[in-house]
Ligand binder design. Structure first.
Ligand code: FES
Length: 146
């Protein structure tokens, strides 16, 4: 019967164990980052549909601005029409005045019905889709600008 004593743990053994542990840990962290990278989901596009509430609740004889949609509802003989408040020239936000809309960037002006009055813009305000849903609500699509 032989009695063998365990081999003594050397400094080299401890350093090897520490080194391998560090490698394993960095591998786990690296895999975690790789998993995050591969499973990245970009934010969904913001909604362009705005429920403006019951159609019977909106006045049809006043200009109604919808700031969240950067849009305005204008009264016409056919009812409300929606237009984008984004200037067709270079995209600044139009300001509503008593007699129309003015672009603060380069001075384009638009009539109260959205028609171009003065450039440098070369087109009228952009019309947007405005529909009445099955529930009787006005639904504005601010992404419908062409
Ligand atoms: Fe409106 Fe230029 S951005 S006139």
């Amino acid at each position: 019967m032989s009695t063998s004593s365990p081999e003594p743990v050397t400094r080299r053994d401890i350093l090897t164990l520490a080194w391998k542990s560090l490698l394993a840990l960095s591998g786990v962290i690296g895999l975690g980052w790789l998993w995050r990278f591969l499973s990245y989901q970009p934010n969904p596009a913001p909604t362009t549909l705005f429920d403006l509430g019951p159609a019977s609740g909106l006045p049809t004889d006043k200009i109604i601005t919808v700031p969240d949609a950067e849009a305005v509802l204008l009264p016409t003989e056919q009812g409300l029409k929606a237009f984008s408040l984004v200037c067709p020239h270079l995209g600044c936000e139009l300001e509503a005045k008593e007699d129309g809309f003015v672009c603060p960037c380069h001075g384009s002006e638009f009539e109260l019905d959205g028609r171009l009055r003065k450039g440098p813009a070369d087109s009228s305000m952009t019309p947007l889709n405005l529909e009445i849903s099955d529930q009787g609500h006005y639904i504005l699509d601010s992404g419908s600008a062409q």
